[in-house]
Design a protein around this ligand. Sequence first.
Ligand code: ZN
Length: 173
Amino acid sequence: MTRWGTPVMHRPQAKVTVFDEALRALAADMVATMYAADGVGLAACQIGEDLAMFVFDCPDASGTRTVGVVCNPVLTLPEGRDRVLDEDQEGCLSFPGAFVECARPDHAAVDGVGLDGEPVHFEGDGLLARCLQHETDHTVGTVFGDRIPTKARKKLQKQHDKAAADYPAGWPA
Ligand code: ZN
């Protein structure tokens, strides 16, 4: 698992332009890594690939799971009076063992293309809304540590340091 601090995680990644067997193999590898790490989403940069894509398998507020792959994601968030912030805890597989509150809109929609290059659209609330935002952020080089106040970031770092022994360099094996 590629960690925060690695350059590919902090810059926008290349758009996906070739929809071939190699891309499908990458997506399969990402899904396997996500499940091995008990995550609900994983972006390509998190396994060191400079490509704007992510995979997810995540429940919404009602518990309904959505599974998908999105290349070149574009996020749409509610605006004005429709914009309601959800203060739930958030974590990242690239900064494992740590969770803090991160305010995000409680609904999100993502448009992009799938592994065949055809348009895909996903949207939802609850953890799914958070996941779609978190993973799209990864594709533009933003990690959720960039979105929280300094105090919360320090708390996050402390938890992460404390849990370091549980997440050795080769995690997840
Ligand atoms: Zn993450």
